[in-house]
Design a protein around this ligand. Structure first.
Ligand SMILES: Cc1cc2nc3c(=O)[nH]c(=O)nc-3n(C[C@H](O)[C@H](O)[C@H](O)COP(=O)(O)O)c2cc1C
Length: 176
């Protein structure tokens, strides 16, 4: 069975993106590991810290998890039009390790926010720049107005659910 790594790119204990990533994971017949970014907290990246102590173990662990899975489900939280600082710090540290960070693993890239744009800016930034970091984005979906469009049963808006299902099939095909 394929092994999929899923997470919300946020350190919020109530993260809506974590909820969305878990919902997606439940729709994929795979062995899914969900990680919490709080387990990867490190000092803020600086060249001096890297020179003095190398890349922290937490970043090495993060990269090893990517490398040991067959696919990735990542839902991005948007803070001021960009990544959360918690996630960006992991991204920066882990990108200093050998090899391209995302290692060509089929990726379902998502975002959500309580607002009507659903994190469109941050997902756009990732979709543009991550291919240079070895991302193989096979499916992409943003869920706007999370609290209106999502319940414990999943995506409730019929039109959004249909659009999501198209992307879900692309991801399933991508990890085959
Ligand atoms: C500092 C800060 C900045 C934010 N900026 C944005 C933003 O630019 N766009 C947006 O849609 N939501 C923004 N929000 C609202 C977040 O989308 C919301 O907190 C969401 O729950 C974050 O995702 P998470 O629950 O997965 O952590 C911001 C929230 C905070 C705390």
């Amino acid at each position: 069975m394929k092994k999929i790594l899923a997470f919300g790119a946020s350190n919020s204990k109530q993260s809506i993106n974590r909820q969305l990533a878990i919902f997606v994971a439940h729709n994929v017949a795979a062995d899914v590991g969900v990680i919490d970014l709080n387990d990867f907290e490190m000092p803020i990246y600086s060249p001096e810290r890297e020179a003095a102590g190398g890349v922290p173990e937490a970043a090495q662990k993060f990269k090893a998890l990517i490398d040991s899975h067959d696919g990735l489900i990542i839902s991005l939280a948007e803070y001021n039009g960009s990544y959360t600082a918690a996630f960006k710090n992991i991204l920066d540290w882990a990108s200093r390790l050998e090899g391209k960070l995302w290692n060509n693993k089929p990726m379902f890239l998502l975002s959500s926010s309580p607002g009507a744009r659903g994190g469109a800016t941050v997902i756009g930034a990732a979709a543009t720049s991550w291919p240079y970091m070895g991302a193989n984005i096979v499916a992409q979906f943003s869920l706007p107005s999370f609290h209106k469009n999502f319940s414990d049963k999943g995506i409730v808006d019929a039109e959004l659910l249909e659009a999501f299902k198209v992307q879900l099939e692309k991801f399933k095909a991508g990890i085959e």
